[in-house]
Design a protein around this ligand. Structure first.
Ligand code: AMP
Length: 217
């Protein structure tokens, strides 16, 4: 049995065409079913639904053989013990710094001010501001980061931005683009060895089905 860990929403929806390319069809709609283990048309393949931030953990400890997870989540997790064969180019967005429209971020950075930064992505934020030589107090949040600058909790946030409409609706502006984000296939290293005959064809089918594969550098 091969177990694939996915999170509901964008990653699940955008992984479906890749599974279809491998001849795999998920037999239940996670938006309609309360089941956490979903069967597929292939008796040897099942999908487990977990929180996005738990996908690397499930795969690392063998609760799932493979998973699909954002680069952001992987960096925050650390990626230990995970084989990362493919950038699937799905769930694309960017990790950015945003501030209130009336906050002069450029001056604050130039003057060497200490910034209060609220984020769910503390590893990415710490590394980014350290590389710029900006001193920050990081405030860990688990959601609704846009609220932090509006309430005075923080000067800036580090968050995922896709269309920019969430920032705009909250009168925030993007002042730095930290990195582009997309989702990756991650594989448990022991499973790759022990179940290679089942897993390798899946990796190959996903690889062929990627739309706009990254240009090798
Ligand atoms: P948008 O309004 O389109 O810029 O989307 C921004 C909101 O959606 C933020 O709350 C983000 O945390 C979330 N978001 C955007 N893209 C992704 C993604 N690929 N994965 C997870 N969350 C995302």
């Amino acid at each position: 049995m091969i177990t694939l860990a996915l999170s509901k929403g964008r990653i699940f929806d955008e992984t479906l065409p890749l599974l279809a390319a491998a001849g795999i069809e998920v037999l239940e709609d996670p938006e309609k079913s309360r089941k956490l283990i979903l069967p597929t048309n292939q008796p040897g393949v099942r999908v487990v639904l977990v929180r996005a931030t738990d996908v690397p953990t499930y795969v690392e400890y063998g609760g799932a053989d493979l998973g699909v997870t954002g680069k952001d989540t992987l960096i925050e997790h650390g990626g230990q013990g995970l084989y990362q064969p493919l950038d699937l180019q799905i769930a694309q967005c960017r990790m950015s710094v945003a501030v209130r429209a009336d906050f002069d971020y450029a001056s604050a950075v130039r003057q060497g001010s200490r910034l209060k930064v609220a984020t769910k992505y503390t590893a990415i934020a710490r590394e980014f501001f350290a590389s710029k030589g900006v001193h920050v107090d990081l405030i860990k949040l688990y959601g609704s980061m846009e609220l932090a600058p509006l309430t005075g909790l923080a000067d800036a946030i580090v968050d995922l931005v896709s269309t920019g409409s969430t920032l705009k609706a909250n009168h925030l502006v993007e002042v730095e683009r930290i990195m582009d984000i997309s989702s990756r296939l991650v594989v448990n290293q022991a499973a790759l060895k022990l179940k290679q005959r089942a897993i390798q064809p899946l990796i190959d089918a996903f690889s062929k089905a990627i739309i706009n594969p990254p240009v090798p550098t």
